[in-house]
Every structure is written in structure tokens, then in C-alpha cells.
Write a protein that binds this ligand. Structure first.
Ligand code: F3S
Length: 406
């Protein structure tokens, strides 16, 4: 791999051991993927919560002990109970998970992370421009950055995120290169999406059909919002490992289909009609019977607008005693929503607020849940992280509220 003189000095340890170790990781990682050089990055989205806690804690603390300091704008994904809340009394966790979470948070904070604890860093000031190389973790954020913002990132992996933040570098391969940003499959939307739920479901269908491809989507309405694309991308990424798509007339590298395909012929085509939406909803609903233990909303983390909608649906109603209604959201959105009076209404209705948090990291099996309802296609296809024992009722936000209150 070609290295600049400055990078050679970094690798030789002239800027300290944390930088040297980071450069060693990046160059070895880049060699595995055939990267010819490192790209400079100023934006990193990291994670400090990994399923293998002992390895993750050891790695994070090692970087911190070696004096690692972030030189990029570095945000961080949700974690288990960030310091600003403590739900461990009502939702207990194993001691080793609690300890791992606290130690990882402490280490990453000492290196200079912006403690947004959210999977929507682009809504919290980590906003790269079109064409900018970045190093981001978290599949829903990666697909948003690539597709909606036009920035360039692979799905950065554990350790590489921290090494990128310490060095301001990432190996240049995959989606950082022009040749890998060309559409190769075509999606024709023959159905007018109207709601967040529709966009969620479309994302699931695309992910299922075109795992690992670069879809070009024709037919999304011109009023499609960034928030619609947030949920659609999250579902595609989770169901099919998609990290980048073009939406013709909507996303920045697809003014038209020709630009998205760069003159190539699509290898496959898929039409999505209303009946496909219905079939996908049925497929995601694995529940038998009509009882749920919990309702989970806020994946990916919601905007204030989504919280407002939930508040209006719940206003004056009470969540049943036998159902936990859990809302996951970033601290900034919770703060603004509190100022606007929404959080008071939600808490009075019995909603449990999980600030900067995500259900994925919790030990939900120990809570005795068997069936959950969610409006998120990402949650519907990724819960739980281990062997499936949870059954899912996938329904829109109104369905979630009706179910929880009647
Ligand atoms: Fe975010 Fe967790 Fe969903 S990290 S995208 S709320 S699975």
C-alpha cells in the first residue's frame, strides 16, 4: 500500500503508540481488501457496544491507555443505558454487560467522542458532504451516508472505526471508489408509498431481493423525505446487507437512471406493487395469537416529528399494564421533545423512554418476552441478535398504539 511520508512516520510510531497501532490496523485491513492507499477522513461514526464484550472492552481501553485522541468529528452509536439514564432497576442486565458498557463508554469518551449515542449521526451534526470519504459503522447510517448524502464509506468494522478516528485515515477500497458506485439492479416502484411504514416495507423487499447489490430505484415520489429514506435504507441494509442505492431523481448520484447505471444494463429487475407490500408485511409477522409483551418503536432513532405523531396517537390513553411500550431515541430529540411537552404526555401514558439506547444490545431473553410488536422493519428482521425465539407483529405506528392501549 502506498503511504505518504506523514503516514510512514505515523506507522513508525513518531506520533505515539496509539497512532502507530491504529496505522498498523488500517494498513493490514487495507491490504486484505486490496486498498492501494489510505483516504483522509474527517468524519467517523463509531460503536462502543459489541456483542463480544470482553474483546471490545479490551480493545477500547487499550486505545485509550495508549493515549488515543480522536482527530475527526466522531459520533457514536447507541449503547446499553448511556450515563444520562438508568433503567437497570426495571430492565435488569447481567453484571458483566453493565460493567462492559460502563468501561467502554468511559474509554471512548476519554478519546473525545461526541456522546450522541445514536444511529442517526447525520441528524446530530456529523454531516459529510457529497463525495467525501468517511469511516462509519452501523448499517443504517452507512446506507444513508452513501445514498442520501453521497458521502463514501464501507461498513466500517470494529476497531477500524476507532483507528480511523485516531489517524484521520481509512483504507480506500469498495464504496470509496467510483467503479463500485454503479447501479447493477433495477427496482421499479409501481405503488405510491404514503407512510413511513410503506417505506420501511419497501426497504425490506429490496433487501430481500437484492442482497449486497447496488439497486437503482425508479418511481419514488418527489416528496420523499430524508426520514423516509432513513427507514427504507435501514430495512434494506438489515434484510439484505445493502450499503448503497440510487433513487432516481432523489439521491445525489442519480439525476436519472443513465447516470445511476453509467450506461450499463441492469443484471436483474424487480417491480414492487401493492400486493408485494402486503406479502412482505405478512412475512415479517411471525406472531401466533394476539398477545404481545412489548411494543418497540424508534428504530432507527426517530425525529421530533415522529415523536409528535406518537404523542398525538397516545394522548389521553394508557398503555396496558401487561405491555412494555419502549421508545428509543437520541438525547437531542428527547430533549427537544421534552421542551415541546411530548415526553410528559408519553410518560403519562406509560411509555418507557430509552434515551441513546437500542433494544438490540439488551439481554431481552431474561426479561421473559416472547412476542413483540414494532413499526420498524429493521427491528422486525433483526430481533433478537441470537437464535430467534421472539415472535414479531409488524404493524404501523397507529397499530402499535392500538395494540398497546386496548
Ligand atoms: Fe438504531 Fe438500534 Fe435500529 S442502532 S437502527 S435503533 S437496531
Amino acid at each position: 500500500m502506498y503511504l505518504t511520508d506523514e503516514e510512514k512516520r505515523m506507522l513508525a510510531g513518531e506520533e505515539g503508540e496509539a497512532v502507530r497501532l491504529s496505522m498498523e490496523i488500517l494498513t493490514k485491513f487495507g491490504d486484505v481488501y486490496g486498498a492501494e492507499r489510505l483516504a483522509p477522513v474527517r468524519s467517523v461514526h463509531a460503536s462502543c457496544m459489541y456483542p463480544n464484550f470482553s474483546v471490545a472492552v479490551e480493545m477500547m481501553e487499550k486505545f485509550a491507555e495508549l493515549g488515543g485522541k480522536f482527530r475527526t468529528v466522531t459520533t457514536v452509536n447507541p449503547t446499553v443505558n448511556p450515563p444520562n439514564i438508568n433503567r437497570w432497576a426495571e430492565f435488569p442486565e447481567p453484571e458483566e454487560l453493565k460493567e462492559a458498557a460502563i468501561r467502554q463508554m468511559s474509554a471512548i469518551r476519554s478519546m473525545g467522542v461526541i456522546p450522541n449515542w445514536s444511529c442517526t449521526p447525520y441528524f446530530q451534526g456529523n454531516l459529510p458532504r457529497r463525495g467525501e470519504p468517511i469511516s462509519w459503522i452501523e448499517s443504517s447510517a452507512v446506507i444513508f451516508a452513501n445514498s442520501v448524502l453521497g458521502a463514501r464509506t464501507n461498513r466500517t468494522t470494529m476497531g477500524v472505526d476507532i483507528a480511523s478516528a485516531i489517524t484521520g485515515r481509512v483504507p480506500e477500497f469498495g464504496l470509496l471508489l467510483d467503479e463500485n458506485r454503479v447501479g447493477n439492479v433495477l427496482v421499479k416502484l409501481e405503488f405510491q408509498p404514503e407512510s413511513m411504514f410503506d417505506y420501511n416495507t419497501i426497504g425490506f423487499i429490496i433487501g430481500k431481493a437484492f442482497s449486497g447489490r447496488v439497486p437503482v430505484i425508479e418511481g419514488l415520489p418527489s416528496w420523499t423525505t430524508a426520514n423516509h429514506l432513513k427507514v427504507m435504507g435501514a430495512a434494506s441494509a438489515t434484510r439484505g446487507g445493502i450499503a448503497f442505492y440510487h433513487a432516481v431523481g432523489i439521491t445525489p448520484e442519480a439525476t436519472n437512471s443513465e447516470q445511476a447505471f453509467k450506461g450499463r444494463t441492469p443484471e436483474l429487475e424487480l417491480s414492487i406493487r401493492e400486493k408485494d407490500i402486503k406479502a412482505a408485511i405478512e412475512e415479517m409477522c411471525t406472531i401466533k395469537g394476539d398477545k404481545v409483551d412489548a411494543v418497540l418503536v424508534g428504530c432507527p432513532h426517530p425525529t421530533v416529528g415522529e415523536i409528535k405523531e406518537l404523542t398525538e396517537l397516545l394522548n389521553g390513553k394508557k398503555v396496558r399494564q401487561d405491555i412494555k411500550f419502549c421508545l428509543f431515541a437520541s438525547s437531542d430529540v428527547i430533549g427537544w421533545s421534552r421542551q415541546m411537552g411530548y415526553i410528559d404526555v408519553l410518560e403519562a401514558s406509560g411509555v418507557r423512554i430509552f434515551e441513546g439506547d437500542c433494544i438490540i444490545f439488551h439481554n431481552i431473553e431474561a426479561w421473559g418476552w416472547q412476542n413483540i410488536a414494532t413499526n420498524s422493519a429493521k427491528y422486525a428482521c433483526s430481533l433478537p441478535p441470537g437464535p430467534t425465539y421472539l415472535d414479531v407483529l409488524y404493524t404501523d405506528i397507529k397499530g402499535c398504539v392500538d395494540l398497546a392501549t386496548t
